[in-house]
Design a protein. Structure first.
Length: 190
């Protein structure tokens, strides 16, 4: 197996930035593998009493990507993609039922592409120690490192959810995509 077969693998020995970005990209890829190639019914499938769906997770993680590397990082609005957001908690999970698979995949792809560009620019400007706009109640500002770690945590949590949901849809299980896997729908290099 070569790195070309598993491009989502983080480096075995790299810098802190390479490891953090590698861990984030591996989780993004694993999440996408769990979400990829589903039709509307698969994206809206639920397990037990939970209202969680893979479609809802796609939209939620797209929102978190944009919110983290736009609003938290710079203090600016997250953008036109989110104009329909009514401000209610959980809106993205509920409203995903009204979106087509193509819309959900494109929304997630676009958010990841924007995040990668914003993160790259922020790293070039101040590295992981660079300060973000978001601050605590006592005025201490978060570092870029904290934002990256928060997004890693968010993907870790929701990739686990997606794993259970996908298994219920069609039996797909596993920690990582198989060697050579590429997304069926995605513009993003996962």
């Amino acid at each position: 197996m070569t790195d070309d077969d598993t491009p989502w693998e983080p480096p075995l020995a790299g810098t802190e930035i390479e490891h953090l970005i590698g861990a984030l990209d591996r989780l993004r890829t694993t999440f996408l593998w769990k979400a990829d190639g589903l039709d509307a019914a698969g994206l809206q499938a639920r397990v037990g009493a939970s209202s969680l769906t893979i479609g809802g997770l796609l939209k939620h993680l797209a929102l978190v990507e944009d919110y983290t590397f736009m609003t938290k990082l710079t203090g600016k609005s997250i953008g036109a993609e989110w104009e329909a957001h009514d401000g209610s908690e959980g809106w993205e999970f509920v409203s995903a039922a009204d979106d087509t698979p193509e819309q959900l995949y494109a929304l997630w792809d676009g958010a990841v592409e924007r995040s990668r560009a914003r993160l790259e620019a922020a790293l070039a400007e101040g590295g992981l120690d660079g300060l973000a706009h978001v601050s605590s109640s006592d005025g201490r500002r978060a570092s870029l490192r904290r934002l990256v770690c928060d997004l890693i945590e968010e993907y870790g949590r929701h990739t686990g959810h997606a794993d259970l949901l996908r298994e219920a849809v069609d039996g797909r299980v596993g920690e990582d995509p198989p060697a050579g896997w590429r997304p069926m729908h995605s513009r993003s290099s996962a």
